[in-house]
Write a protein that binds this ligand. Sequence first.
Ligand SMILES: [Zn+2]
Ligand SMILES: [Zn+2]
Length: 106
Amino acid sequence: MRSRSGMARRIAAGFLPALRRIAQCRSCGRAKAGGVHLVAGPNVYLCDRCVQLAARQLAPRRPAADAVQCRFCRQLRAEVDVTAVGGVAVCADCLGLMETMLAEAS
Ligand SMILES: [Zn+2]
Ligand SMILES: [Zn+2]
């Protein structure tokens, strides 16, 4: 029994390699500690400082103030990436997810 659960843990660790090492920012290497906040992605972490850096780099490409807010993800999207049905605004990303979900449900 003991070896069985050990094997299950090893298998789980294979699927989730992040479990085997300490959480640290993939970009700058800062570890989760006092004052350092990490955002987890699939098998990757970014610290608050690197997220701010990324946000500054991307700032010029952010949607303009007149962008449309998607009703589903609440993100501001460029007008060209959003459509509306019956006054409900949906962005292209959410629409893609919805189509996938509906296809899986049927
Ligand atoms: Zn970082
Ligand atoms: Zn959306």
